[in-house]
Design a protein around this ligand. Structure first.
Ligand code: NAD
Length: 239
């Protein structure tokens, strides 16, 4: 265990072209639940599984129920960056980390100070009217009575990629480019179950793939360095 952490430290010390790719597990230590851990949202009682509620067709058919779940479970404005977010921001400041590629929609990497953040699945902080495109912040969504509605009467939609929706092609190309050029790729806090995001790992061609996760993932055998643990604790040495 200690050896793994020493190896990670050495990899980071010797590289100035690191890319980080992460998911919901990066924010659990900030108090935001993930989907697939034992205490994640899949294991709580709802009328529908999160994947159904957070789908495009559900948003169209049952916006009131969508927003009830979304406001309660996906918007956590009191959450603060943890040691993982802070360490990654610090590594960027030091010129070592080139990009954070995240599946998260919580904005915590930016709050920690990271500048180059590729949000594959959008952000709860951006919301727009589907009719006139006017932008709204997350506070507006939270304080709206049921279905957030624009002053023009249009329905407001979060700028997050719902299930059944495609990813932004420009962001995907940028993510592929960074991963393809990275010397060290650190992946952490993701079950690597959600596609197409999980497929990004295929674009990494070198031999310094670090995987830091609490539970096993389907890609564990591809890691050159596999660290089982909490990502905030593991990266806290670099804060
Ligand atoms: P996931 O829930 O499928 O998997 C999370 C993984 O992180 C699990 O394998 C778990 O073992 C691991 N994990 C949890 N806490 C950890 C910690 N402290 N340290 C290390 N590992 C930890 O998440 P996913 O793969 O990101 O896919 C879920 C989808 O839902 C993504 O699109 C994600 O963006 C979205 N989501 C986002 C948030 C958020 O923005 N914070 C929260 C929940 C879900």
């Amino acid at each position: 265990m200690k050896e793994d952490r020493a190896q990670l430290k050495e990899l980071i010390q010797n590289s100035d072209n690191i890319v980080f790719f992460g998911g919901a597990g990066v924010s659990t230590e900030s108090g935001i639940p993930d989907f697939r851990s034992v205490d994640g949202l899949y294991n709580q009682e709802y009328d529908y599984p999160p994947e159904t509620i957070l789908s495009h067709s559900f948003f169209q058919r049952k916006p009131q129920e969508f927003y009830r779940f979304y406001k309660n479970k996906m918007i956590c404005l009191s959450a603060k960056p943890n040691n993982a977010h802070k360490a990654l921001a610090r590594l960027e400041q030091l010129g070592k980390l080139k990009a954070v590629i995240t599946q998260n929609i919580d904005g915590l990497h930016q709050m920690a100070g990271s500048k180059n953040v590729l949000e594959l699945h959008g952000s709860v902080h951006r919301n727009y009217c589907q009719r006139c495109k006017k932008l709204y912040d997350a506070d507006f969504i939270l304080s709206a009575k049921e279905i957030p509605t624009c002053e023009c009467g249009g329905r407001i939609k979060p700028d997050v990629v719902l299930y059944e929706e495609g990813l932004d092609q420009h962001i995907i190309s940028e993510a592929v480019r960074y991963i393809n050029q990275a010397q060290v790729l650190i992946i952490g806090g993701t079950s690597l179950n959600v596609y197409p995001a999980a497929g990004l790992i295929d674009y990494y061609k070198k031999d310094k793939l670090v995987l830091i996760n609490k539970d096993a993932t389907p890609m564990d055998q591809r890691a050159n360095l596999l660290i089982s643990g909490k990502i905030g604790e593991v990266l806290s040495e670099f804060t």
